[in-house]
Structures are given as structure tokens and as C-alpha cells.
Design a protein around this ligand. Structure first.
Ligand SMILES: *Cc1c(COP(=O)(O)O)cnc(C)c1O
Length: 434
């Protein structure tokens, strides 16, 4: 609080804190975008050599930090500060490993119309804003940060809406960006109204980091608008327990009180949160604020993120420290987003030790090895996809038309496929049949 007053004063005199600190537009307008301002506002004096190298990074990847988020940095130990590391550029961002990519998740390739990424069968990512209040240094869409040309206008948004309307399999729309909450309430209301007018859209989700970097964005007007469009889910992005300040908690409370289910996506980041104790503390503070941990992400292979990446083993170690040790609803799913666009792949420690035809051997979080006795008899349900004839009584119309994909195809009774083979499999090419 004291630090916030001090920072506000440096922006514009002694009344700035009282008059503007809780105004989100003031923060967006006064976001720190250069090194001089950063030093002046935070009182941090950077090492001259580091400063010089950071200036080079800025030519490729711009800087933007809200005064609020900057106020969370501890000036006494800024080099190790998780808020500083997430928001202030590093010379390491210019080190590119040949295996890193500008668009590792192939979001642009899986884009049928501008602004839409359609990867999974029943849901799409809808990039409605290319603006962010704070530029996370670990952004997976670093390629687009600060790129003025890719701010979608109304016409582009309309194309996205049309695509969603024309594809009835889309039942879940995820508003992303950029940060969708950088848009005005009116503009968002327009998008949400249009989405709600599409009968097959069941769920709308908003992915936003505002509760973390600019919690004052969560106004009463905003939540009153959002609740008109229920079911609306919000996923936010806390990475460190220190980010759960009283302002952030107030923002979460407003959202939760508006009946919005809250989730959180954390990115596992070296030097920020690659510690089982930090993650556990973060998960506990999230559920304490009615936020359900959703994903723990392995850091993507985006260009310039090498210094943030941990081995996958760190993620597994963290999951091992959570599962069984704390409440099930405080445990996120650890995922690697497959390079090339394969989507999220969940990873867990192994709990299945062995298997016979009537027993499963499992181990628990304490290392206890246990047996699960399988049923003596089981009447299998052979599925021909004719739900209307099945005694399980789902009575789904048109289910037989639904095609299985992936391993579900191999497991299903109604599909004769016995193997999935990569396209350029040499053995198959040698066979030369069809
Ligand atoms: C993450 C993601 C989604 C949503 O996936 P869920 O597992 O349902 O949260 C949808 N589309 C794309 C392209 C994504 O990256």
C-alpha cells in the first residue's frame, strides 16, 4: 500500500493515488513502457550492462507493466522477484534455440478465419483482443505482442462469429487474445450478445490476466454485464502466491459473487514458481478465494522462452507433491501443449504398478502398494452407437453419425480400425498397397 502511494505520486503528484489508483483506465494509460520510466517509478537502479542488453531485447519484444503490478516488486531484491521476472525483459529473450518456434502451437495454421483457432472438435479459441495491460515475458504468443497490425476490428470479429454460427459442433467458445478484458464493457457486451444468439453455443469462457495485473478492471459494471450472459466461465493466470494481493482478492470475490465459476492456469516458470512448496501455497490461496486450479502448463517452445523452461520432471515432481497430499480440488492438471498443434497432453506420475486379469496393483501417494480386485463377472456393453436401443437410456438422437477420433476409435466396437499409423510410415510404404 505504501509502495503504491509512492508510485502513484511519482506519476502525477500527491492526489494521484486517491483519485486514480483504482481506475483501470488510468493504469492502462500509464503502463510503464521504457526502462527510464521503470527506474524512475520503482526507484530501482539497474546494472548498466544489464540495462544495455535489455534495451536490445526491447527492440524485438516490447515492455509494458501496469503501475499496480510494478508496485508489487520488492526493490530490495528485484533480481529474484517473481513479479519482476514475469514483467521485466531479460537479455535471455534474444537467445533462440533452433527447436523453438514463433508459433509453437500452430495456432495460425489451425485458423479457418482470422481470429479463430479451431483445434478441438467442439470448442474454439476466439482472439478478440490483441492488447494486454502487462506484457508477460513468458507469453506463448510473444510473436504478436505489441503488434498493432493484428488488433482485430469489428469486421474481423464478425467473421469469427459467422464461423462459429456456421459450425454447430462448436459448443464452447473461449475468448482470448491478448486480454479480452482490455475491451470496453460495451464492446464485450456486443460480442457476448452475438455469441449468446447462436443456439449451439453452450458455454462462453474468458481467459484474462486482469485479476493479476490490473484487478481494478473487475468493476461492478463489468460483472453486471457478464452475468447477463451466463453461463460465463473465467480462467485467470496467477503464477505466484505473492500475486494474490487484497486488490486481486477483491476482484476474484466480485467475479465469484456474480456466479462466475473461476479457474486458474499457471505456467511453470524457472526462477518464479518451480518449487513444490510455492505451487502448493499458490493452489491453497486460489481455492481460498474460490478459484479452482485448472491447468499447470509446461512452458511452451516459443522463441525466447528457454530461460523460463524447466524439465518436464519438475512438473511431475510438483504433481507428486500435490496428489494425495492436499485437497483434490486444489490440484491442477499438468499439461504439455503439443508443439505443432496437437493440443494439451496431460501428464501425471505413474500410479498403475501392475495388472493381471482379475487384479490391478496400484500405489498411492505414500508409496503404499495396494490391490484392486476386479469384478468376477462383467456384462460388457457392446456399443453400436444406437443409443435409442441401449438399456443405459441416454436415448441420444443421431448418435450413430458421430465418428470416433484418436484412441477412442481403437477402443470402440462400432469402428473396425485396428491401428493408427503415421502418414509416412516406411513399412506401410514398402507394402505399397493402395
Ligand atoms: C487450450 C485450448 C482450448 C481449450 O482447451 P480445454 O482443455 O478445453 O481448456 C481450445 N482451443 C485451443 C486452441 C486451446 O489451445
Amino acid at each position: 500500500m505504501q509502495n503504491q502511494r509512492k508510485i502513484a505520486k511519482k506519476f502525477g503528484g500527491k492526489d494521484t493515488f486517491t483519485n486514480h489508483w483504482e481506475d483501470w483506465k488510468w493504469h492502462a494509460k500509464h503502463a510503464i513502457q521504457d526502462i527510464d520510466t521503470f527506474e524512475r517509478i520503482t526507484g530501482i537502479k539497474l546494472d548498466p550492462k544489464f540495462r544495455e542488453n535489455v534495451a536490445l531485447t526491447l527492440e524485438k519484444f516490447p515492455l509494458s507493466i501496469t503501475p499496480y503490478y510494478a508496485s508489487l516488486i520488492d526493490p530490495e531484491d528485484y533480481q529474484n522477484d517473481p513479479v519482476f521476472i514475469q514483467s521485466f525483459p531479460s537479455p535471455h529473450e534474444l537467445e533462440v534455440d533452433p527447436r523453438e518456434m514463433a508459433d509453437p502451437l500452430a495456432e495460425d495454421k489451425d485458423s479457418p478465419v482470422p481470429g479463430i483457432t479451431h483445434r478441438y472438435p467442439d470448442r474454439v479459441l476466439f482472439h478478440v483482443s490483441n492488447l494486454c495491460a502487462m506484457y508477460c515475458r513468458h507469453c506463448t504468443r510473444k510473436r504478436k505482442v505489441g503488434d498493432q497490425d493484428s488488433i482485430p476490428g469489428r469486421e474481423e470479429i464478425k467473421q469469427g462469429l459467422e464461423y462459429i454460427a456456421e459450425n454447430p459442433q462448436i459448443r464452447d467458445v473461449l475468448l482470448s487474445g491478448g486480454d479480452p478484458l482490455m475491451l470496453s464493457d460495451e464492446y464485450l457486451d456486443w460480442i457476448l450478445t452475438a455469441l449468446r444468439n447462436i443456439p449451439h453455443v453452450q458455454v462462453i469462457r474468458i481467459g484474462t490476466r486482469m485479476p493479476v495485473v490490473l484487478p481494478y478492471r473487475i468493476t461492478d459494471d463489468l460483472v453486471d454485464m457478464l452475468r447477463k450472459h451466463h453461463p460465463v466461465w473465467v480462467n485467470t493466470h496467477f503464477n505466484h502466491p505473492r500475486e494474490l494481493t487484497s486488490s486481486a482478492r477483491a476482484a476474484l470475490r466480485k467475479l465469484a459473487d456474480a456466479g462466475i465459476p473461476l479457474g486458474n492456469q499457471t505456467v511453470l516458470l524457472a526462477g518464479v514458481n518451480d518449487c513444490p512448496r510455492i505451487i502448493k501455497e499458490l493452489m491453497h490461496r486460489l481455492v481460498d478465494n474460490r478459484v479452482r486450479p485448472y491447468y499447470l502448463y509446461q512452458c511452451d517452445l516459443s522463441e525466447g522462452l528457454m530461460h523460463f523452461r524447466t524439465p518436464v520432471g519438475k512438473g511431475i515432481e510438483i504433481m507428486e507433491s500435490l496428489i494425495g497430499h492436499t485437497s483434490g480440488f486444489a490440484i491442477p492438471t499438468y499439461v504439455v501443449d503439443a508443439p505443432g498443434g496437437g493440443g494439451k497432453i496431460p501428464l501425471n506420475p505413474n500410479y498403475l504398478v501392475s495388472l493381471s486379469t482379475n487384479k490391478v496393483i496400484l500405489r498411492n501417494y505414500e508409496g503404499v502398494i495396494t490391490t484392486y480386485q476386479e469384478p468376477h463377472s462383467y456384462e460388457p456393453i457392446f456399443c453400436d452407437r444406437h443409443c435409442s436401443d441401449c438399456h443405459l437410456q441416454l436415448k441420444l438422437k443421431g448418435a450413430e453419425e458421430c465418428e470416433a477420433t484418436g484412441l477412442v476409435k481403437l477402443l470402440s466396437d462400432h469402428d473396425d480400425t485396428i491401428s493408427l499409423t503415421p502418414e509416412d510410415n516406411e513399412r506401410m510404404e514398402r507394402r505399397g498397397d493402395d
